[in-house]
Design a protein. Structure first.
Length: 371
């Protein structure tokens, strides 16, 4: 009997870098749900809210030799969801640092180059950017910012990384998609995520008998992107011809204002809302680490170390709340391009905040709400 010469279809296998971070965990969950083969890559093992297990490689992407040794063995990789990010200890100041730019560029190269050498069926990479690609942290941006408005008029590794995958893709025959979400939030502790910082702030205020007042600066209208929504875009982009070699802004689809959202956050967290109390979350949490220790022991929390729980979310919250600024960021982005390309899912931002905080409470990272 003549044997068929048809090739067997290649099963999708995705490497998710930054696997223990906010977007990495969300991406792993979504790709697993889509029945992909998934390998998480990060320095520490990811813990999935779903409780599922995932294949995992402990790799520091800054180490070129160890990255090469790890990734050259993965000859069956078809996709990369690149969510890895190196931030400086001083978060906002680091965004324009040459060292930060060089490190992030090296991390991407250290992952992609071994895959290109050894994985013949590699087809697509998603990279993460954000509104800093438009210079929102430095100067006014177009309202709304459209994907074509990103110009390299300021130091930023986003431009370098996109140029790198564009050039390598053209040479080696794979596609890329650059994703630009606005203020990503979700239920992951120890990441660049404002919600654990807000939750810790609320718990300390409650423990001290203080009302949960908004700690930020001027009121302004903004947008956010739920981490699960961004991960849904990653799964879509990995298979959609409309996403090939394109950049897309991502938001939940609505707008919000922190002061208007604050009562809902207070209700979710079971704390008493109060008048504004302008203060740095980064400073407040540092000054009240002993209070957190008491809370963690009393409620038998998993997050005994406040810094490990909050990550750099407190610094990010100070920026996101426009603390000390004369006005909030004018950061609205158009998502028309993404919708016209075929991705139309939306999320209610305030419901997203509440769901993430409830997840942190359910998993004993935050004390339960008092009803």
């Amino acid at each position: 009997m003549k044997r068929s010469s048809a090739k067997k279809p290649v099963r999708n296998k995705v490497l998710v870098t930054g696997a223990s971070g906010l977007l990495g965990i969300a991406a792993i969950e979504k790709f697993l749900s889509a029945e992909w083969n998934v390998v998480g890559v990060s320095r520490r093992r990811p813990e999935l809210p779903s409780g599922r297990s995932v294949d995992y490689l402990s790799v520091d992407l800054r180490d070129e030799t160890k990255a090469r040794d790890a990734f050259e063995k993965l000859t069956d990789v078809t996709h990369i969801a690149y969510t890895a990010l190196h931030e400086k200890p001083e978060l906002v100041a680091g965004w324009s640092s040459k060292d930060q730019i060089d490190t992030n560029n090296a991390m991407l190269r250290n992952m992609v180059e071994p895959i290109l050498r050894k994985a013949p069926n590699f087809r697509h990479i998603s990279i993460l950017q954000g509104t800093k690609v438009y210079g929102v942290h430095l100067h006014p941006i177009p309202i709304p910012a459209r994907e074509r408005d990103a110009h390299p008029d300021h130091p930023n590794f986003f431009f370098d990384q996109e140029a790198f995958v564009r050039e390598r893709g053209a040479k080696h025959g794979f596609d890329y998609t650059a994703l630009r979400p606005q203020l990503v939030t979700g239920p992951t502790p120890g990441a660049l995520n404002v919600l654990p910082a807000i939750g810790a702030y609320a718990a300390i205020r409650r423990e001290k008998g203080e009302p949960f007042g908004f700690p930020g600066g001027p009121s302004f209208v903004w947008e956010a992107a739920d981490a699960d929504l961004v991960a849904d875009v990653m799964v879509w982009a990995s298979q959609s011809p409309e996403a090939a070699n394109q950049a897309f802004n991502i938001t939940n689809g609505d707008v919000f204002e922190w002061r208007n959202a604050w009562p809902g956050l207070a209700e979710t967290l079971g704390v008493r809302a109060g008048p504004d109390v302008e203060t740095s979350l980064a400073v407040y949490l540092k000054e009240n680490e002993d209070v957190w220790d008491r809370i963690a022991a009393k409620h038998e929390l998993r997050a005994r170390n406040l810094r490990e729980f909050v990550g750099q979310g407190d610094q990010h919250a100070d920026f996101a709340f426009a603390l000390g600024a004369p006005a909030g960021p004018r950061a609205f982005v158009s998502t028309i391009k993404l919708r016209q390309a075929g991705f139309t899912k939306t999320v209610d931002t305030e419901a997203s905040f509440s769901a993430a905080l409830r997840s942190l409470m359910d998993r004993k990272f935050l004390p339960a709400a008092v009803t």
